[in-house]
Design a protein. Structure first.
Ligand code: ATP
Ligand code: MG
Length: 273
């Protein structure tokens, strides 16, 4: 009887792209009984490193919940998240906090600026918290981020003295100055006019192209998604599609709930990558 050498049966796994983040069976359930909400229903997702991924989907589809769980800000009910090769569920509280500080930037949908600190202090808060020195390199990056976001003349003001769009830009600056490997941004252009949006999106894209950072951005706007490489579409707590470099027609067709003539995002506009 001839035997096949074992090595012939075991094909080496093809080397896939490096992953910045991944989720397996990610489930998040809020509340109990009648009030129970299934925000995430077993999401499997791979976010490739060094790419700009947009997350789209109707309001309530689970986008913010997914971002919070991926970033380790919220605990999933079930399932696992891996960032930069580390399983987050294996980390203790302090370890997780440190890991997030070193690897993850987050732009909250609701900004989360500290009201008693002026804008400049808010932007440098992650350094303060980490006990990290603001050296010449950080200062140069700070100046670049602040200039790109047009915040130069507002740095001495507290959040309460800033417009919604200015607060949003401070929140974006705070997430970017430390150049984390992965940046999660929850509707970062939701409060910005179209010119400022284009600046912010162009800057995020440069972070990916020139610095090799990974950006995951929630947006309702096709114009904003056009800056991304890939688009994840969520529907009712599940991944409906993960589109790699979609063109406008494919993206619009995916976003349109079947049988309706309108988009499921509330967004409009063309895709021009
Ligand atoms: N803390 C919470 N307690 C109970 N339910 C929650 C909580 N946070 C979110 N939800 C519910 O989970 C679902 C998903 O919410 P999530 O904020 O992730 O949606 P989203 O896609 O980000 O929506 P939007 O586009 O409006 O920001 C919604 O039905 C929401 O009401
Ligand atoms: Mg949200």
């Amino acid at each position: 009887m001839s035997t096949t050498p074992f090595t012939d049966l075991v094909q080496p796994a093809p080397a896939g792209p490096a992953l910045a983040a991944s989720a397996r069976g990610l489930t998040k359930t809020y509340g109990r009984g009648d009030a129970q909400v299934h925000a995430l229903r077993g999401v499997d997702l791979d976010v490739p490193a060094g790419r700009f991924t947009a997350v789209m989907g109707t309001s309530g589809s689970g986008k913010s919940t997914l971002m919070h769980c991926l970033a380790g800000l919220d605990q999933p009910t079930a399932g696992s998240v891996t960032i930069a090769g580390r399983r987050l569920d294996g980390l203790g509280d302090d370890e997780l906090t440190r890991f997030r500080r070193d690897h993850v930037g987050f732009v909250f949908q609701a900004f989360n600026l500290l009201p008693m600190l002026i804008a400049g202090q808010n932007i440098l808060l992650p350094f303060e918290l980490a006990g990290r020195k603001v050296d010449a390199g950080v200062r140069a990056r700070y100046d670049e981020v602040v200039a790109t976001l047009g915040l130069g003349d507002r740095l001495g003001h507290r959040p309460g003295e800033l417009s919604g769009g200015q607060q949003q830009r401070v929140a974006i600056a705070r997430a970017l100055v430390a150049q984390p490997a992965i940046v999660f941004a929850d509707e970062p252009t939701g409060n910005l006019d179209s010119d400022t949006s284009a600046e912010v999106l162009g800057f995020l894209r440069r972070c990916v192209r020139e610095l090799g950072q990974t950006v995951v951005m929630v947006t309702h706007e096709l114009d904003a998604a056009a800056y991304a490489d890939d688009v994840v579409v969520l529907a009712d707590g599940t991944v409906r599609a993960h589109l790699v470099e979609p063109d406008a027609d494919r993206l619009v067709a995916t976003l349109r709930p079947s049988g309706t003539g309108h988009l499921g995002t509330g967004g409009h506009g063309g895709v021009a990558r």
